[in-house]
Design a protein around this ligand. Structure first.
Ligand code: ATP
Length: 249
C-alpha cells in the first residue's frame, strides 16, 4: 500500500495540495487527472521527495517512502529535461541503472545488456547512438520510459507521457504499461486527455488542489466527479462511455 496522510504542499504561501489523504493499493495502473494547476505534478514530486512538503507522511508498505527511492522510477515532463546535454540514447538509459549499483561501482556487462533489452522493449535500438536532442517527441518519450525500465523499479511515476508524441509511440508505451501492470508493478500517470482514461487505467485519482475522488474507473470516473474537479473549464466535453446520469453507458 502507498499511503499518503495529511499531505500539504505550498509554493510561497499558495496551496498547491491541501490535506491529501489517500491509500493507494500497489499493483494498479492509475491515472491522475484534474484541471491545469490542480497539483498533479506536485503530487508526483511530493511522492518522490523532490519538493518540500508543508506537512504530511508518505509510506510504502508502512515504511517512509524515502526508503523505497531505488524502487521508484520517475519520467518527468519533457519540458523539465535539458535536451542540449551531450548524451546519447544508450548513455541516457544506462543512467537508469545507477540507483541500484553498489557504492563506487560502474555499470558492468549485466547492466549494459539490460539496457539493450530496455531499448528493444520500446523499439528504439536503432537510435542507440543518437544524441537525445536529435529525437522526435515520441522517440524521446520512449527513451525516458526505457530509462525507467532500466531501473527495475516497482513503482513508476509518469508525468504527462503522452503529450506531443506520435500515435505509434503512444501505442508502444500503452502496451508496455499494461505489461508492467500484469507483472505487478504500480503505475501512476498524470494524464490530461479524459477520453483515454477508461482504456488506459484501472483506477483514477481526481484532484483539484484537494482530493476530489479516488477509486476504480467504473465507480469513480463519473461526470459528477469530473465536473466537481473541472467546473466550468470542462465546457461541453462528452466523456466516452459515461452518460449524463454520471454512470457508464
Ligand atoms: N516551482 C513552483 N513555484 C511556484 N509555484 C508553483 C511551482 N510549481 C507549481 N506551482 C504552482 O502550483 C500549482 C500546481 O502546479 P502543478 O504543476 O502541480 O499542477 P498540474 O496539475 O500538474 O498542472 P498542469 O496540468 O498545468 O501541468 C499551480 O498553481 C502552479 O502554478
Amino acid at each position: 500500500m502507498l499511503k499518503v496522510k495529511e499531505l500539504n504542499v505550498d509554493y510561497f504561501g499558495n496551496h498547491a495540495l491541501q490535506d491529501i489523504h489517500i491509500d493507494i493499493p500497489l499493483g494498479h495502473s492509475i491515472g491522475i487527472i484534474g484541471p491545469n494547476g490542480a497539483g498533479k505534478s506536485t503530487f508526483l514530486k511530493a511522492l518522490l521527495g523532490i519538493i518540500k512538503k508543508s506537512s504530511g507522511t508518505i509510506l510504502v508498505n508502512d515504511s517512509p517512502i524515502s526508503q523505497s527511492k531505488k524502487d521508484i522510477a520517475y519520467v518527468p515532463q519533457k519540458s523539465e529535461v535539458d535536451l542540449t546535454f551531450p548524451i546519447t540514447v544508450r548513455e541516457t538509459i544506462l543512467t537508469g541503472t545507477y540507483p541500484k549499483l553498489k557504492l563506487f561501482r560502474r555499470p558492468g556487462k549485466m547492466e549494459k545488456e539490460h539496457v539493450e533489452r530496455c531499448m528493444d522493449m520500446v523499439q528504439i535500438s536503432d537510435l542507440a547512438d543518437k544524441q537525445i536532442g536529435n529525437l522526435s517527441g515520441g522517440q524521446l518519450q520512449r527513451v525516458f520510459i526505457a530509462r525507467a525500465l532500466a531501473q527495475q523499479a516497482d513503482i513508476f511515476l509518469l508525468d504527462e507521457p503522452f503529450v506531443g508524441i506520435d500515435l505509434m509511440s503512444e501505442k508502444i508505451i500503452v502496451q508496455l504499461l499494461k505489461k508492467l501492470k500484469k507483472q505487478g508493478k504500480t503505475i501512476l500517470v498524470v494524464h490530461h486527455d479524459l477520453h483515454e482514461v477508461e482504456e488506459y487505467f484501472d483506477k483514477v485519482i481526481i484532484f483539484n488542489k484537494k482530493l476530489i475522488a479516488f477509486g476504480d474507473i467504473t465507480t469513480t470516473f463519473t461526470t459528477e466527479n469530473i465536473k466537481a474537479a473541472y467546473g466550468s473549464s470542462l465546457g461541453n466535453i462528452q466523456i466516452k462511455g459515461i452518460g449524463d446520469n454520471g454512470h457508464h453507458d
